[in-house]
Design a protein around this ligand. Structure first.
Ligand code: E4P
Length: 217
């Protein structure tokens, strides 16, 4: 399973990249706003840090303007992945861009039928939003299961990029279901390494080691 981080915070991206665990980055207009930085500059900087796909989202709602925005974004670096919304215009843009060899992430997916359309439009990634689904009284993980089943039925190569993940259990369940990729905020990725018994074990070993009076270095 690939791990993407969902942030536009360069310091966080650099730090996670240094673990060797990071396969890509996703951003959205809200995350760009939070960063307080210029969109094109921040995407260029992220692409310089990470080799894998970096999702940069168009903001136009019509196909023609989406194509113009995508043209600017994909020139930034080879690893830019154009993020388009799951609308008819977004799907048209997806079809056109993937036909030209550009990676496309179709975002804001909330139903398995939407995911089916994205696969037919040749999407590189489909981003079902698990957390927002849950927030609205739906079952976000059931959505991932349905998409997995449908994509496997027809051998679609579109990768399921489980998004809007809020906690480690979401990541665990996505891994069990067989999502191809997860994207999560830096804090959620860091939480995956945590266990109270790991901390307790370390404390015990450190205390006993101190009693030996030895050093390794
Ligand atoms: C994914 O690409 C989105 O940027 C993201 O996962 C949205 O998450 P949120 O629902 O926590 O804003």
């Amino acid at each position: 399973m690939k791990f993407f981080v969902d942030t536009a915070d360069i310091a966080e991206i650099r730090d996670l990249e240094s673990t060797g665990l990071l396969d890509g980055v996703t951003t959205n207009p809200t995350l760009i706003h939070k960063s307080g930085r210029k969109f094109l500059e921040v995407i260029e900087e992220i692409c310089g840090v990470v080799d894998g796909p970096v999702s940069a989202e168009v903001v136009a709602l019509d196909h023609e303007t989406m194509m113009k925005e995508a043209e600017i974004l994909r020139k930034i670096a080879d690893n830019v992945c154009i993020k388009v919304p799951l609308t008819i215009d977004g799907l048209k843009t997806c079809k056109a861009l993937t036909g030209e060899g550009t990676k496309v992430n179709v975002t804001l997916c909330f139903s398995a039928n939407q995911a089916l359309l994205a696969a037919k439009a040749g999407a590189t990634f489909i981003s079902p939003f698990v957390g927002r689904h849950d927030d609205n009284g739906f079952d976000g993980l059931a959505l991932i299961e349905d998409i997995r089943l449908i994509y496997d039925n027809y051998s679609f190569t579109t990768e399921i990029l489980a998004a809007s993940l809020r906690h480690p259990i979401h990541v665990l369940d996505c891994a069990k279901i067989g999502a191809d990729v997860i994207t999560a905020p830096p804090a959620v990725i860091r939480m995956l390494s945590k266990h109270v018994l790991t901390d307790k074990g370390l404390e015990g070993f450190a205390a006993d080691w101190a009693k030996t009076g030895q050093t390794i270095l």
